[in-house]
Design a protein around this ligand. Structure first.
Ligand SMILES: Cc1ncc(COP(=O)(O)O)c(C=O)c1O
Length: 363
């Protein structure tokens, strides 16, 4: 039987046509018309000020920290309940991460954020906030705290393109935000990312992303940069994928609704905040019984169906042993009971029924 993936790519059909245009123009080298179109498309969908297409979401987050001047000795606050890529850029810049637990929203706890700020020996420079699994964080409270405390907010919206809070796109609340177009994301360019937000900072990031080259005839460098930009071929894929983003969000949310209705007694699902629309990138939930998630993941794997535990919190990761964290056990509890279910926007109803049946049989 064909493998069922957690969140496989779902092409619209226009990608090949646009790729053919790229080849016809011979602009297959980095940059070109489709990269510009992709950036404009993200700009108009999210109503952000500026957008920079990059080779991954991780490098978008790295450039966010670099352009904000994060350096050794700086404290960077971060969601603990997230994927490693949210926080590894803090290490690239040799700054000090401090982790904050989530609350009942599964996203960053504003209460613990306040506690961290009050108890740290030094003012944190930046908060890297993740909107987990495409669901919105408590933006009113978090933005207010960051504003009052003078902390720059960077949103890791890698999983959250297509999500909104109070009608505003996730990723556009902070001074900078990052999206990912990795193969498993809601839309994909096979690999890619986008940095959005403040025009001056995005312009600075644009400079760093192409080796910090001064605008002279010869190659002149007063600073160092990276080779982080997206190829025009992948830009073409991105433009075609943006045309179907809303359809993909609807499909993901429909997958979630079926799980929610069918597994109401078995799973407690990740909530959705009032006045928000998440993209339900992955349907996630927790079982009552500790360890049940492993049994279910193994039973699904036997049927060639991919599922996985929730992210292991950063404050529990060996690489961050000794890092300061403000936690109350919430994300640990979720990690020890939770599961990510197959959530492809092209998941067939009969496959989803099979997944549901296997879950019920293994509890
Ligand atoms: C929360 C989160 N942050 C960052 C990333 C990094 O994105 P990318 O894989 O495009 O580097 C991902 C996805 O992979 C993610 O899920």
């Amino acid at each position: 039987m064909d493998r069922v993936f957690l969140s496989p790519p779902n092409m619209s059909g226009r990608e090949q046509e646009y790729i053919n245009e790229v080849f016809k123009s011979n602009y297959i080298a980095p940059l070109g018309e489709f990269v510009n179109k992709f950036e404009n498309s993200i700009k108009s969908y999210t109503s952000t000020k500026d957008a920079l297409a990059l080779s991954s979401g991780t490098v978008a987050l790295h450039l966010a920290l670099r352009t904000l001047g994060v350096t050794q000795g700086d404290i960077v606050l971060a969601s603990s309940f997230t994927f490693m890529a949210s926080v590894s850029p803090i290490l690239y810049e040799k700054a000090t991460p401090v982790f904050i637990d989530c609350d009942e929203s599964w996203n960053l706890s504003p209460e613990l954020l306040k506690k961290a700020i009050a108890n740290l020996p030094k003012k944190p420079k930046v908060l890297v906030l993740t909107h987990l699994y495409g669901q919105a964080s408590k933006m009113n409270e978090i933005c207010e705290i960051c504003q009052n405390e003078g902390i720059a907010l960077v949103e890791d919206a890698a999983e959250a393109l297509g999500g909104f809070y109070n009608g505003k796109a996730l990723g556009t609340f902070g001074i900078l935000g990052a999206y990912s177009f990795n193969g498993n994301k809601i839309i994909t360019t096979s690999g890619g990312g986008m940095l959005v937000g403040d025009e001056n900072l995005v312009e600075k990031a644009r400079f760093y992303s192409t080796q910090a080259r001064e605008p002279l005839l010869h190659y002149e460098h007063k600073d160092y940069g990276y080779n982080y930009r997206l190829s025009n071929i992948l830009g073409a894929v991105g433009v075609a994928q943006m045309e179907v983003l809303e359809e993909r969000v609807k499909a993901k949310r429909a997958v979630f609704e079926i799980y929610k209705n069918e597994l109401v007694n078995e799973l407690e699902f990740m909530p959705e905040l009032e006045n928000s629309r998440g993209n339900r990138w992955l349907t996630t939930g927790v079982f009552k019984e500790k360890g049940a998630h492993i049994r279910v993941i193994e039973a699904l794997a036997k049927q060639n169906i991919e599922s996985r535990p929730l992210w292991k919190p950063m404050h529990m990761q060996p690489v961050f042993k000794g890092a300061l964290s403000f936690t109350d056990g919430t994300s640990q509890e979720l990690f020890e009971r939770g599961i990510c279910l197959p959530s492809g926007s092209c998941l067939k109803p009969q496959i989803q029924e099979r997944v549901i049946k296997i879950i019920k049989e293994n509890l």
